[in-house]
Design a protein around this ligand. Structure first.
Ligand SMILES: C[S@@+](CC[C@H](N)C(=O)[O-])C[C@H]1O[C@@H](n2cnc3c(N)ncnc32)[C@H](O)[C@@H]1O
Length: 368
């Protein structure tokens, strides 16, 4: 392993620790999974804060794992570091002999180590071979995607994963160029993208190649497919009182996270039934109201935090979930009664399922 290339400032660190603390600090050997270990900034802080907690750290990048191993050496007796894609979590837990976990953090996307490495091809600002694989031991490279995909497939990748308005034009330019010569470098690709975008659009929205590089990275690493499988699998592994925190950096990741959590926090039983049918109640409660955004101070200190969206949830005790449903139903009936003719004023538009308009920790969210 060479020198550590670049540094990575953990995003929303204090908030992540605060959210995970009730689950990890409840006594005994609690188990925390860092599904995206990276350079282990979050993991180290969790291990420092919870001297009894066992950490299982996953990363698909062997270089990140090697650095994390050095950083976490002083905790070696309670750390397992695994080279795995996070959708392999159930198999990893089975192999290590942990049936359930108490905390899990997903800090999605690339690390500064990957972005800053001059030879990995993630950055449009540095010339490098077009690789972009987070796991350099397997999978197709960005060079293969760019030089072999048919026009409609390439345009779809750029449009969907990069939210690129000029996806068709960029795909056409790539196809024209590769008839002339294979595209092998990140600088050549960045130049092609810049040339394909109309001049006025080049002056807005950051570097013109930013969205194309994001899209290729997501495609090369099959990031969304892995996340879509990993989130429900991880929720299934959480013990009662266990907590999940997810940090997303673009809308597609955040949308998948929101959908996975919403699926668990809603009752699947009939709305008007005062009691929950067995197995139909919510199994989680949200700890974040909407998506939480970073503060200005953090963004000023760490530009990587600018696009972060945090969502978190806690696994409910099934009996408490039933009680919650009964309480909510009673409250709903009381509010309804207040609106009956002759019931007096008090006509505020309270949400009967959330009387205070805030979550239990009193926070308001920034997004939907
Ligand atoms: C943003 S960094 C994590 C940084 C870390 N929280 C820290 O404090 O240093 C994301 C890491 O997740 C890894 N990663 C991304 N997708 C993954 C996946 N599907 N499975 C496993 N690791 C993944 C990347 O290789 C990268 O090292």
């Amino acid at each position: 392993m060479g020198e550590l290339r670049g540094t990575h400032v953990p995003v929303l660190l204090e908030r992540c620790l605060e959210l995970l603390a009730p689950a990890l600090g409840r006594g005994g050997r609690t188990v925390h999974v860092d599904a995206t270990l990276g350079l282990a900034g979050h993991a180290e802080a969790v291990l420092d804060a919870h001297p009894e907690t066992v950490l299982i750290g996953l990363d698909r990048d062997t270089e990140a794992l090697a650095h994390a191993r050095v950083r976490l050496a002083r905790f070696a007796d309670r750390v397992h570091l695994e080279h795995a894609v996070y959708d392999e979590l159930p198999e990893v837990l089975g192999r290590l002999g942990y049936p359930g976990i108490d905390g899990i953090l997903f800090d999605l996307g690339v690390s500064s180590l990957q972005l800053d490495a001059p030879d990995r091809g993630f950055a449009y600002a540095q010339d490098a071979p077009l690789d972009m694989r987070m796991d350099q031991t397997r999978g197709v490279t960005a060079e293969e995607v760019v030089n072999t995909y048919a026009h409609p497939d390439l345009a779809r990748v750029l449009r969907v994963y990069g939210e690129e308005k000029f996806a068709g034009r960029i795909a056409s330019a790539i196809l024209r160029e590769r008839e002339r010569a294979r595209i092998t470098s990140s600088a050549r690709l960045a130049e092609l993208v810049r040339e394909s975008i109309p001049a006025p659009a080049r002056r807005t929205g950051g570097h013109p190649a930013k969205r194309t590089f994001q899209a290729l990275r997501i495609e090369v690493n099959k990031e969304l497919a892995a996340l879509e499988t990993a989130l429900p699998a991880a929720l299934d592994k959480l013990n009662v009182g266990g907590r999940m925190v997810v940090l997303s950096y673009h809308s597609l990741e955040d949308r998948l996270t929101k959908a996975a959590l919403n699926d668990r926090v809603r009752s699947k039983g009939p709305v008007d039934l005062p009691v929950e049918l067995p197995g139909s109640g919510p199994t989680f409660r949200l700890l974040s109201r909407g998506a939480e955004l970073p503060g200005e101070v953090e963004v000023a200190a760490n530009p990587r935090a600018a696009s972060v969206r945090l969502r978190a949830a806690e696994r409910l005790d099934p009996d408490a979930a039933q009680q919650g449903r009964t309480d909510r139903e009673r409250y709903r009936r009381r509010v309804k009664a207040m609106h009956q003719p002759g019931a007096g004023s008090g006509g505020s538009e309270a949400d009967p399922t959330n009387p205070g308009g805030r979550d239990r920790d009193g926070r308001r969210g920034g997004g939907t």
